[in-house]
Design a protein around this ligand. Structure first.
Ligand SMILES: [Zn+2]
Length: 267
């Protein structure tokens, strides 16, 4: 229930004031955490992720934000989750704030890179990004453990035909009831598109899809006739990938790891 839990935990976190604790200010983040050491570790990791993610997706680092993004950190013994909320005005981010919680190692490896990726996308789009792409592509910044978990989620999803046709997925503005399946499908489709054309092209595709329609964006960026063709290509890719995983020797490097996280690789 990870995806659902993330949202619920996130909402709970926003309602709870941080009592006591310490804070640490880096160039772009102000972190409140139970100890100064944790606050500093989270701030440094957030700065690293902000640079690495922007370089990988936009080809350059972002200029410093005029106002640092606040991060509230809550330590628990469980897996990590987080939430980031944004305000937009005049095609730019007007305010943003982040909360993460869980075990420190999981926050640093999974929740924080994921949430920081949302901030890079928000800076690029200057407005809301389609949910499937925002969540799916942010999952790519998490570590291999989360990738494997989501590979399994999407296989189960397709097995029980719980997935959405891509023409519908691309236009969904609200999170559906099956949140985990939705995250899994968004992750898989994002990964497929990135294996075809890389990260910057993926963002151009999403930007054009929102502006000029998804059929036209599929033609321009991936030389596919329309979203139906894209849908077929993704399903075929998924099938081959699943077979590759099933037959893979433990140490061989298959297609499946090519799009793995730019962030976790450098830890
Ligand atoms: Zn997210």
């Amino acid at each position: 229930m990870e995806a659902r839990r993330k949202l619920i935990l996130g909402l709970t976190l926003l309602l709870l004031p941080v009592l006591g604790g310490a804070s640490y200010r880096s160039t772009n983040f102000t972190v409140e955490a139970p100890t100064s050491q944790i606050a500093r570790q989270v701030a440094e990791r957030a700065e690293f992720c902000r640079s690495a993610v922007a370089k990988a997706w936009l080809g350059e680092v972002l200029p410093p934000w005029p106002v640092p993004c606040p991060i509230k950190v809550k330590m628990t013994r469980g897996e990590a989750g987080g939430i980031t909320s944004f305000g937009f005005a005049g095609g730019r981010v007007s305010d943003q704030e982040m909360s993460v919680e869980g075990r420190l190692d999981r926050i640093l490896a999974s929740a924080l890179p994921h949430e920081v990726t949302h901030t890079v996308f928000a800076a690029f789009f200057g407005g809301p990004m389609p949910r499937w792409a925002d969540e799916g592509a942010s999952l790519l910044s998490e570590d291999r453990l989360e990738h494997q978990r989501h590979d399994k989620i999407v296989s189960d999803l397709l097995g029980r035909r719980g997935d959405f046709p891509l023409a519908r997925l691309f236009k969904m503005e609200d999170y559906p009831r099956d949140l985990m399946g939705f995250y899994g499908q968004g992750y898989s489709v994002s990964r497929f598109l990135i294996e075809m054309g890389g990260r910057p092209r993926f963002l151009q595709f999403v930007r054009d899809g929102m502006k000029s329609g998804w059929d036209s964006a599929a033609r321009v960026h991936y030389a596919l006739d329309d979203v139906r063709e894209l849908d077929r290509a993704w399903r075929a890719w998924h099938k081959v990938n699943t077979e590759t995983i099933a037959s893979r020797e433990p140490d061989t490097d298959g297609t499946v790891v090519r799009a793995s996280s730019v962030v976790s690789d450098e830890r």
